[in-house]
Design a binder for this molecule. Structure first.
Ligand code: FAD
Length: 379
């Protein structure tokens, strides 16, 4: 009998497995239906010996010192500041939009103050900002919206930005200076040995057993456990009984080229042309040297693994109904981006998992062994 069954070996499941094993000395069975640990942050060496991210580029960035301190127990770091270019009107231009973006795009020599005036003259007045389109046209105007945002968002989500909640583009700031870093966070760094190595260290504890290629739905009635932490899709946990929560997925095309470098930065976005949204070149992220280089092309799709919850009010309403069911499952803890149907960055998921652990510590004394009948099954 395991004290805990944890479903999903991504950040949410692995952080909780580590905490429970090391701080409560309780036994954990950690399962994942994939053939590896690390969830979407999984990285591995390909046939050319280049470290790639199987599920697209994962850049660690945060403002939370406590999250960095926690993860630093399992990895050292390589400083890395993420920079992204967008291929617009045949030019490679910094994104988020900054002073250089506008000056290079239009052949101007604006100062920061003049760029502010430029934006002000193009901004559209929007009564109530509700959609992703509203956010962008009220910040930089319609022309830049069309060039940089509309096509990318349509590819990414399969719907027009006017149909998507404002939360989608709230993540992309614009700047009037020349700062071309993609993120503004105080910590921007990559695990020095890669994410998978960090997960291996986190889970290297005698109280943690790992079973891969194991789907919870196949084993839930066969594995004895006392309490459950579930980090998979919440609608699946309840056998989709209220309907399916929509997700946007991605098809990743991984290629290796016989040249040392393909593009000037790790990520180039394609908002106007091509069927893919972006190309990632990993050596920029890892600092690896190799005579070849490996890239990933991302093609958004509706079919495939669930990656991005689709931020529309009716989906949020359906999630709330599932959340109400989850609230009635004693001894089941729903954690992570799939179980809470929200796009979270890695640092946020680590924060959510550590907060969940604090709640577990508060509500379940470590010595308290729940009765065997307290199996947490969906009803
Ligand atoms: C393309 C892409 C790029 C991203 N880039 C960044 C970035 O640059 N920076 C950043 O901070 N964040 C990034 N993220 C977000 C990051 O991936 C997540 O924050 C993080 O992986 C969430 O961890 P998690 O444990 O909640 O979920 P996951 O990593 O998805 O882990 C959940 C695990 O549960 C398993 N599972 C699900 N259901 C079952 C079941 N029934 N039985 C067994 N196992 C199950 C899955 O196989 C999966 O391994 C990106 C996400 C994507 C999709």
């Amino acid at each position: 009998m395991f004290d805990w069954l944890i479903v999903g070996a991504g950040f949410a499941g692995s952080v909780l497995a580590e905490r429970i094993a090391s701080q409560r000395s309780e036994s954990v069975l950690l399962i994942d239906r994939r053939s590896h640990i690390g969830g979407n942050a999984y990285d591995c060496y390909n046939e050319a010996g280049i470290l790639i991210h199987r599920y697209g580029p994962h850049i660690f960035h945060t403002n939370a010192q406590s999250i960095v301190d926690y993860l630093s127990q399992f990895t050292s770091w390589r400083p890395y500041e993420h920079r992204v270019l967008a291929f617009v009107d045949g030019k490679l231009l910094p994104i988020p939009i900054n002073l250089d973006t506008i000056n290079h795009l239009y052949g101007l020599e604006l100062s920061p103050a003049e760029l502010e005036e430029f934006f002000a003259s193009r901004r559209e007045t929007v009564g109530e900002i509700r959609t992703a389109e509203d956010v962008v046209v009220s910040t930089v105007g319609r022309e830049l919206y069309e060039k940089f945002f509309r096509g990318y968002t349509r590819k990414q989500w399969g719907v027009d930005p006017s149909q998507l909640s404002k939360s989608v583009t709230a993540r992309v700031p614009t700047r009037t200076n020349r700062d071309d870093r993609y993120f503004g966070d105080s910590f921007q760094q990559m695990p020095a040995g890669g994410y998978t190595r960090m997960f291996e260290r986190m889970l290297d504890h005698p109280n943690v057993k790992i079973m891969l290629q194991t789907d919870y739905r196949e084993v839930r009635e066969r594995i004895p456990f006392r309490r459950l932490i579930y980090t998979g899709p919440i609608d699946e946990f309840f056998d989709w009984k209220l309907g399916r929560l929509p997700y946007r997925s991605l098809r990743f095309e991984h290629v290796t080229l016989e040249c040392e470098q393909f593009q000037p930065v790790a990520v180039v976005n394609y908002p106007q042309t091509e069927a893919y949204t972006r190309i990632t070149e990993y050596k920029h992220l890892t600092g690896q040297r190799n005579i070849r280089t490996s890239l990933t092309y991302e093609y958004p799709t509706d079919i495939g693994d669930p990656y991005y919850p689709v931020p529309r009010p009716k989906n949020e309403a359906l999630y709330k109904q599932y959340e109400a069911l989850a609230d009635n499952c004693p001894d089941v803890w729903f954690v992570g981006r799939l179980a809470t149907y929200r796009y979270y960055n890695m640092d946020q998921v680590v924060g959510q998992a550590l907060a969940t652990f604090a709640r577990i510590q508060k509500t379940i004394p470590a010595s308290d062994r729940a009765p065997q009948s307290a199996l947490a099954m969906p009803v």
